[in-house]
Design a protein around this ligand. Structure first.
Ligand SMILES: [Zn+2]
Length: 57
């Protein structure tokens, strides 16, 4: 799993980085359209800021 906490406080997570790119693109398009962030921007952000969430058991 990969996860990231958006600056707006929204928690996003997905099974892997590729899926998280998609999740984040959708979130940005819906909540932060003013960011104009492209896929490359989002991928770079996630590679820098995303983390492995603690496993839930
Ligand atoms: Zn957000």
């Amino acid at each position: 799993m990969r996860a990231i906490d958006c600056e707006c406080g929204h928690h996003l997570e997905a099974t892997d980085l590729e899926a998280l790119v998609e999740e984040t693109r959708r979130h940005v398009a819906e909540q932060h359209p003013q960011l104009q962030a492209g896929e490359d921007d989002i991928r770079a952000l996630l590679e820098d800021r995303s983390y492995e969430p603690a496993p839930v058991r």
